[in-house]
Design a protein around this ligand. Structure first.
Ligand code: F6R
Length: 361
């Protein structure tokens, strides 16, 4: 069942190129964007993205895309906060619920709160027969196939892909992204299966770093812009399966508190493609190195050659156009958690205290 892999998680990480190819065939065929016509962004004035855990981080990435491509205000929240604060909504809001299982109790309750209060509800789910899928107006399957590992991996990248295609449609519907830019973004998304395949090659260098990471008490993940939610996801994944305390921070927040934690025993994982914010991130890295923190830089060729001096390690990913880097950088985030957990000898597929589907509140 594990197809030659030691764990379902390893198999599911490796499946991502195929999963994304399947989702792309459906949502982004050669003929263009394929989303239901009633998923119309032209007459709404706000998007609300609701989920829990890893699915929430997918929403947090998507917020950057919707804002950039469609210039529409986006609110994100975890379902357990959203539902109890009973936020004001309007018939000009579109509410999107992202859930692998489609059964998460808080997400379902948030959906029920929204149902009569917004223009339309949309589900981005892996299980098309699930409660969340059935109770929304529009259901968009992510085509990830069964995910067995408790730590979500391929569902995350598939959620990101579907949200990216939605954001492109929002940009088109609202006339905020021109045809040439849309076509360029579509090409980048279509290149993802190949890029993810290349990215999987860093499994090997990561496995060599894992023994040392497994010794750490605390690990920090840093990212800027749409890479910030990836830092949160990297930290969550690591906590879940290796039981090492990890935190994700927006790089710019470092000096507002977490820098106090840095000493020579603290690995700081910096997820930073060579984008327009790269120089800012380099100065954050230098602040860490000046305090003898162990910087692990995950970047592309340009980023690594510009900033590898003084780092503890580097991991090299292929180049990808700026907005979609988070989809590619999910791979090292997942593999860092995986190999660290393997080095520690924890139960990777069934981590303690966690359930695959959280149907209690
Ligand atoms: C993290 C993880 C959880 C889930 C969360 C939401 O690896 O698996 O954080 O993402 O419980 O679950 P779904 O997506 O089924 O609603």
């Amino acid at each position: 069942e594990k197809g030659g892999y030691k764990h379902f998680m390893a198999k599911e990480i490796a499946e991502q190129p195929v999963v994304l190819a399947d989702a792309l065939r459906h949502y982004l065929p050669e003929t263009g964007l394929n989303l239901p016509d009633d998923l119309d962004f032209s007459n709404i004035d706000r998007i609300v993205l609701i989920a829990c855990g890893t699915a929430h981080y997918a929403c947090a990435v998507a917020k950057y895309w919707f804002e950039e491509f469609a210039r529409i205000p986006v609110e994100i929240d975890v379902a357990s906060e959203f539902r109890y604060r009973e936020p004001p909504l309007s018939k000009r809001s579109l509410a999107v619920f992202v859930s692998q299982s489609g059964e998460t109790a808080d997400t379902l309750a948030a959906l029920r709160y929204c149902s009569e209060r917004v223009a339309k509800t949309v589900a981005v789910v892996n299980v098309p027969t699930s409660s969340i899928a059935r109770e929304t107006d529009i259901m968009l399957p992510i085509f990830a196939g069964v995910e067995v590992g408790v730590a979500s991996t391929k569902a995350f990248t598939a959620q990101l892909l579907v949200l990216a295609v939605m954001a492109l449609k929002a940009g088109r519907d609202r006339g905020e992204t021109d045809a040439a830019t849309l076509a360029a973004h579509a090409e980048t998304l279509r290149a993802l299966p190949g890029l993810l395949n290349q990215a999987l090659a860093i499994s090997e260098p990561i496995s060599h770093l894992a023994e040392q990471l497994a010794e750490a008490q605390d690990i920090l993940f840093l990212g800027r812009g749409a890479m910030y939610p990836l830092a949160l996801e990297g930290a969550l994944k690591l906590k879940e399966i290796s039981y090492i305390h990890a935190e994700g921070y927006a790089s710019g927040e470092l000096k507002h508190g977490p820098i106090a934690l840095i000493d020579r025993t603290v690995p700081v994982i910096v997820m930073a493609p060579h984008d327009k914010l790269f120089d800012k991130t380099v100065s954050n890295m230098q602040e860490v190195m000046a305090r003898h923190g162990m910087v692990l830089l995950i970047s592309d060729s340009k980023g690594i050659s510009a900033a590898q001096d003084g780092t503890w390690g580097t991991l090299h990913l292929p180049d990808i156009a700026e907005p979609f880097a988070p989809i590619l950088y999910a791979v090292p985030a997942q593999l860092l958690a995986y190999h660290t957990a393997v080095a520690k000898g924890t139960d990777v597929d069934q981590p303690r205290n966690l359930a695959k589907s959280v149907t209690v509140e």
